[in-house]
Design a protein around this ligand. Structure first.
Ligand code: AMP
Length: 398
């Protein structure tokens, strides 16, 4: 990676502001229900603490829209982090201002302070200069470990870097970028991408970029029906983006022109509505009856996709193969998760649903890299430079 890493820096006694992505789900009683993102930042946090930094952590949580929303305080996250680190993690009353600055400066080397939700200030998302300067005022070194927020140019991800002398990548950020860029730039072949999820429109850029990189493209989920319709297949009441039929044709044509294998579902689990109690049927490749929706890939498709997956050496997967939240429509996604886990390929899984499928199936340790950032990993796959990464200081000698 051409950017400075936290490992390159002398941290002892320095005030280090680390942007983390602690945007975790909370229960009604405000307990952290999934601490994956907190755990993912631990290598960077432990490194900073062990090397004697005075560490302030900053993150967003939910969408407070520029107002103080007590239920979106980072206090429950600080409590969970205390358990994981085995040391106190006091909570600051805000993320900027004189009191916060004094509290950071007063930390002992190896001490850590959790700042309050940066999105309590509207200026964060607006990339405001005053907030960027106020954040820079808290620290000698800025470290960005929030891969999940790297596609956003906010005060706490990009603005602050304009006013601090040194901005470096944390270990999680570096790892995410390393896996994704290795797959895109130097994949061991065959390289296949599996895309699913609701809409083609969310993934057009990713599809167009991946067509130029992969050997095979497997498309499932709701987005498959726009491609099938573009091939003339009846899709019943399935998700269909009628204004994207041309784009679908263009992508399939690009695959043909480049010799990229393009696989769509050849059968479907269908129902009249997306309801766990609705009667289901299997529809074959001739199409879906009127009024019925395709809600998962069918048994033949599970086999076809698994065969393609088992021959791959590099796999990128983003998006579920069906309405995975409902058990009758989860089998396709779970079958893909099992095939990816069993493939022995370098596998990178991104997006909340695909990561959840792998985790629920108990296969997380069989995946090479589970990405913590759905939106950021999609923009990376689209070939877009992530502003949070671009803003970091270049390593000397590059
Ligand atoms: P995305 O955020 O684009 O990755 O889409 C995820 C959502 O797509 C999930 O909530 C799934 O329930 C939904 N989805 C996947 N397959 C289908 C389908 N065949 N019909 C409707 N929704 C689907």
């Amino acid at each position: 990676m051409a950017k400075l890493s936290i490992a390159d820096l002398e941290l002892a006694g320095k005030r280090v502001l680390i942007r983390v992505d602690f945007n975790v789900p909370l229960s009604q009683t405000l307990a952290v229900t999934d601490d994956t993102r907190i755990r993912a930042a631990l290598p960077t946090l432990r490194h900073a603490l062990e090397h004697g930094a005075k560490t302030a952590l900053i993150s967003h949580l939910g969408r407070p829209k520029g107002k103080v929303v007590p239920s979106l305080s980072l206090a429950p996250v600080a409590r969970r982090l205390e358990e994981l680190l085995g040391r106190p993690v006091p909570m600051a009353p805000d993320c900027i201002g004189e009191a916060v600055k004094t509290a950071v400066a007063a930390l002992p080397p190896g001490g850590v302070l959790m700042l309050e939700n940066c999105r309590f200030h509207a200026e964060d998302e607006k990339h405001g200069e005053a907030m960027s300067r106020a954040l820079a005022d808290l620290c000698d070194i800025f470290v960005n470990d929030a891969f999940g927020a790297a596609h956003r140019a906010h005060a706490s991800t990009v603005g602050v870097t304009q006013f601090v002398p040194v901005s470096a990548a944390g270990f999680l950020m570096a790892k995410e970028i390393a896996y994704l860029s290795q797959a895109l730039e130097r994949p061991v072949r065959p390289f296949i991408a599996i895309l699913g999820g609701a809409k083609v429109s969310d993934k057009i850029g990713v599809l167009k970029n991946l067509v130029t990189k992969v050997d095979a493209l497997l498309v499932g989920g709701g987005m498959a029906y726009t491609f099938l319709r573009a091939q003339g297949v009846e899709v019943g009441a399935s998700l269909l983006e009628a204004d994207k039929l041309d784009v679908a044709r263009e992508i399939m044509e690009a695959c043909r022109a480049r010799g990229v294998t393009f696989l769509l579902p050849v059968d479907h689990v269908i129902a009249e509505k997306a309801d766990a109690a609705a009667p289901t049927r299997i529809a074959d490749s001739t199409g879906l009856p009127a009024g019925w929706r395709g809600l998962d890939i069918g048994p033949k498709t599970r086999e076809v996709f698994a065969t393609a997956i088992c021959g791959a050496k590099t796999i990128v997967w983003n998006g579920p193969m069906g309405v995975f939240e409902l058990p009758p429509f989860a089998r396709g996604t779970l079958a893909v998760a099992s095939a990816v886990a069993a493939s022995g390929a370098t596998s990178i899984v991104g997006g909340g649903d695909s990561v959840a499928a792998v985790t629920q199936a108990g296969l997380a340790d069989k995946i090479t890299h589970l990405s913590t950032g759905g939106g950021a990993s999609l923009e990376f796959l689209e070939g877009i430079a992530l502003p949070g990464v671009a803003a970091l200081t270049e390593k000397k000698g590059n």
